[in-house]
Design a protein around this ligand. Structure first.
Ligand SMILES: C[S@@+](CC[C@H](N)C(=O)[O-])C[C@H]1O[C@@H](n2cnc3c(N)ncnc32)[C@H](O)[C@@H]1O
Length: 204
């Protein structure tokens, strides 16, 4: 359905600004309450292993946001290079970094400064040394071609108005034979143009 990938009438710059404002709050005021689930309750709802999540400090989990569990599609292997697109406050990146171990590495890319700062802090707090967080857009990844073994993402492509541009970038960055483990929102009917133009519906 080609229409599902069209950017539509939304003002992309305004949308990105609103998404950044929303997720900077998730990073800096996680207890504020949002119209989506966050933190430990969300991790439990999405079946992240309780023994793993319970052992993490609050500040590593409290700003977690997402729509499902990318690792439900498979564990990551030691030594793999992982890209986490829209790495947020680093919860998924930290779990990935532990799975790939010291011979592997996680590259987190996120457009929201406060999320990247929280992710770096959370990784240090969790004792993770093989994850780094970079500024960038899903639609213009700051990575060379064919440079990663696996790409994870959780609740991010749904925030991108030009999904085709984002997926082109994912395929460009992925090594041949690499894997996509993406948790996202999928609609089965075309979204009306009026709804696509409402930034509030995107940031939710
Ligand atoms: C639902 S959160 C993902 C959280 C992350 N999985 C975690 O472990 O906490 C969505 C993140 O995607 C980022 N984001 C949204 N659109 C983006 C885009 N086009 N490019 C890069 N990052 C984006 C937001 O800044 C936010 O941090």
């Amino acid at each position: 359905m080609a229409h599902a990938f069209m950017p539509g009438p939304v003002d992309v710059r305004e949308l990105r600004t609103q998404v950044q404002l929303k997720y900077s709050e998730v990073a800096t005021s996680p207890g504020k309450g949002f119209h989506f689930h966050t933190g430990r309750p969300l991790a439990a709802m999405l079946d992240y292993p309780a023994e793993v999540v319970d052992a993490l400090p609050d500040q590593v989990v409290e700003s977690f946001a997402g729509v499902n569990n990318p690792f439900s599609l498979g564990e990551l292997n030691p030594g793999e290079v992982v890209l986490d697109v829209g790495s947020g406050a680093g919860f998924d990146s930290i779990l990935a970094a532990r799975m790939v171990g010291p011979t592997g590495r996680v590259i987190g890319v996120d457009m929201t400064l406060e999320m990247r700062a929280k992710a770096a802090f959370a990784a240090a707090l969790a004792g993770v040394r093989n994850a780094e967080f970079f500024d960038g857009l899903a639609e213009e990844l700051p990575l060379p071609d064919e440079s990663v073994d696996v790409i994870i993402s959780n609740g991010v492509i749904n925030l991108c108005p030009d999904k085709l541009a984002a997926y082109r970038e994912l395929y460009r960055a992925l090594k041949p034979g690499g894997r996509l483990q993406i948790a996202d929102v999928v609609v089965q009917r075309a979204v009306p143009a009026k709804s696509k133009a409402e930034v509030d519906l995107w940031t939710g």
